[in-house]
Write a protein that binds this ligand. Structure first.
Ligand code: UDP
Length: 246
């Protein structure tokens, strides 16, 4: 039933060469066909980490859809011989899903972020896309509180579960709780951006593919995380070289 994309192996992670529109189409088919899928938007940090973490690698590779989250992954795919047309980040993906969800009156559950942030995000979304039915939960619950969170989600019966607990925790959480929605997707800090708690880089900066630089400037503590990028690049070049050497 699913349109199969070409896949590219990047440091052992198989990334689907889907465009944004094709990814949204996968999500539409999953909801309408009632076939549950997990969507991982794989960024360089995650791919790099999974190179040393077999459990994480298995988890990502077992997702039905793995998209190229970031220009670093798009670059790697091209280097490795399977071009991917564009990046499909968590925030951009859900923004592309909202209009489809609104016309079809899908049920969306926003889980994650500080108390109040998911509500703020959902309110913003629904004011622009009326028709979406929604509920929320904050991302700071203890293991004792988790059964209540799960109960709230089950009662709501979402078509799509957006999980913003940060990577890779959200990916583990989704895999550990199957059957909550037709589509479960890890969205990192997207609710903060939707709620306006964190301001995204101006459009022009996004188009120049240097949003990561903007985030670094705004949140210098990300330096540690982004220092993975040059190491990711080197590993990809090494992978390419090894493939070419007979
Ligand atoms: N978060 C959460 N519960 C936690 C830890 C983090 O809900 O226990 C949220 C946090 O509030 C933020 C998001 O997860 O909204 C992580 O954002 P970040 O930008 O670090 O993630 P990324 O998009 O890089 O995966």
């Amino acid at each position: 039933m699913f349109l199969k994309a070409e896949r590219v192996n990047i440091l052992g992670i198989t990334v689907d060469a889907y465009s944004m529109q094709e990814t949204v189409e996968q999500i539409r088919q999953a909801v309408e066909g009632q076939v549950p899928i997990r969507v991982v938007t794989a960024n360089p940090e995650m791919i790099y980490a999974s190179d040393r973490d077999q459990r994480l690698k298995k988890l990502i590779n077992s997702a039905e859809v793995v998209t190229a989250d970031g220009i670093g992954v798009v670059w790697a795919a091209r280097r490795l011989g399977t071009p991917i047309r564009e990046r499909v980040t968590g925030i951009d993906l859900i923004q592309a899903v909202f209009p489809v969800a609104a016309t079809r009156k899908w049920r969306l559950f926003f889980l994650g972020g500080n108390p109040g942030v998911a509500e703020l995000a959902a309110n913003q979304v629904v004011s622009k896309h009326p028709g979406i039915v929604w509920d929320t939960g904050n991302g700071y619950f203890s293991s004792e509180e988790e059964p209540q969170v799960l109960e709230k989600i089950r009662r709501f019966q979402p078509d799509i579960l957006l999980v913003g607990l940060g990577a890779p925790r959200q990916e583990y959480w989704i895999a550990e709780h199957p059957g909550l929605a037709y589509v479960s997707v890890g969205v990192g800090g997207s609710f903060d951006a939707l709620a306006g708690v964190v301001i995204r880089a101006p459009k022009r900066i996004q188009e120049l593919h240097v949003e990561w630089l903007y985030r670094l400037w705004k949140e210098p503590r990300r330096w540690q995380r982004q220092s993975v990028l040059p190491r990711f690049v080197l590993k990809v070049l090494w992978q390419r070289l090894r493939r070419q050497t007979p």
